[in-house]
Design a protein around this ligand. Structure first.
Ligand code: NAD
Ligand code: IPM
Ligand code: MN
Length: 341
């Protein structure tokens, strides 16, 4: 055990169902260990309070913390086509970029399906040059430096090596130069990972493959935007987007977030599924535990994961999974499995 356990965690509930899933998740975490939570306003709520989705103060707090827990941001209140209006999503993108959490892990499990999407998170179409030309044309560009590709592809190889040794790199190399660069880098790195079988797939037919035969896929590594789209698909394939966890990480920083959004259509109705948020924190604890050699955190992660599985096996679930449990009720049921001797 390190002298000072790495448990100072900034929490960012955000908007919509964000606060609804964050509250019960934190109560559950208090049942598995001792943490120092520091809550901050973020996203749309921060635009309302401070005129910007991510204040310098919150960014500094996130930098100082051992880790960040984020629920979700955004909503119709801040949806505007005005290019100059502040957007909640800009806070999330800014935080990812500033913390440089370049690898986004999005696992999906259901029946025979057990896969992870490794999504590049701080480059590509989300962060390339953008602007307006004199003739009114608006553009976003997909850009990658080779080093940005290499570091995330390495995470894909490493994860595949630790699992079943099968990696698929997903791109659009029949059209895009960035994808051809991506492919070249994957091929150059492959000999360094002799225990991993790697293949390439085009993103459109890979979407088809996910629907027809996701059980044959282990680890997929891909560009930011492709990974965003494919991971909502795999979330729903696993039963509900509301159970899709997600960890944003670099070598020395991590941020847990649910893969889903602020679900404005159900916000305020106490119907939100907290599983994605809860399992994201389990992923975070696993990461923190490994990094700081804190076995208690690794154990807390597996207790949380088992608790969720056990609760669902007891037939307790929220409406998106066909049940009638409230968000809080579900989290309490998970906590009860953990407290049992
Ligand atoms: P969404 O993920 O919020 O919702 C899609 C559908 O899934 C909705 O029908 C919603 O009710 C359902 N759903 C999502 N999470 C659920 C949960 N935990 N329990 C039960 N049902 C759940 O996507 P959207 O509606 O396209 O986006 C809404 C807002 O969220 C947008 O402003 C978007 O930018 C933002 N967003 C934020 C994040 C984030 O902060 N991490 C991620 C994705 C989208
Ligand atoms: C996600 C979300 C974000 C993304 C948005 C809210 C910026 O959809 O985490 O998947 O596109 O990355
Ligand atoms: Mn998304």
């Amino acid at each position: 055990m390190p002298a000072v356990p790495a448990r100072r965690i900034v929490t960012l509930p955000g908007d919509g169902i964000g606060p609804e899933i964050m509250g019960p998740t934190l109560e559950l975490l208090n049942a598995v260990g001792e943490f120092e939570f520091e809550e901050h306003v973020f996203g749309g709520a921060s635009i309302d309070a401070h005129g910007t989705a991510l204040t310098g103060e919150v960014l500094d707090a996130c930098r100082r913390a051992d880790a960040v827990l984020l629920a979700a941001v955004g909503g119709p209140k801040w949806d505007t086509t005005d290019p100059h209006a502040p957007r909640p999503e800009a806070g999330l993108l800014g935080l990812r970029k500033e913390l440089d959490v370049y690898a986004n892990l999005r696992p999906a499990m259901q029946g025979n399906v057990d896969l992870v999407i490794v999504r590049e998170l701080v480059g590509g179409l989300y962060f390339g040059a953008r602007g307006v030309r004199d003739d009114g044309t608006v553009f976003d560009t997909l850009e990658y430096h080779p080093a940005q590709i290499e570091r995330v592809v390495r995470r894909g190889f490493e994860l595949a090596a630790a699992r079943t040794g099968s990696l698929v790199s997903v791109d659009k190399a029949n059209v895009l130069d960035t994808s051809r660069l991506w492919r070249r880098i994957v091929n150059e790195l492959a000999p360094e990972y002799p225990n991993v079988q790697v293949r390439h797939a085009l993103v459109d037919s890979f979407a088809m493959e996910l629907v027809s035969s996701a059980d044959r896929i282990d680890v997929a590594v891909t560009e930011n935007m492709f990974g965003d789209i494919l991971s909502d698909l795999t979330g729903e394939l696993a039963g509900s987007l509301g159970i899709a966890p997600s960890l944003n990480a670099s070598q020395d920083r991590a941020m847990a977030q649910a893969a889903h959004g602020s679900a404005p259509d159900i916000a305020g109705h106490d119907r939100a599924n907290p599983i994605a948020m809860i399992l994201s924190t389990a992923m975070l604890f696993d990461w923190l535990g490994a990094r700081h050699h804190d076995d208690d955190l690794v154990q807390a992660a597996s207790m949380i994961t088992r608790g969720v599985e056990e609760t669902v096996a007891q037939g307790i679930s929220t409406p998106d999974m066909g049940g009638d449990a409230r968000c809080q009720e579900f989290a309490e049921a998970v906590a009860a499995t953990i407290k049992k001797p």
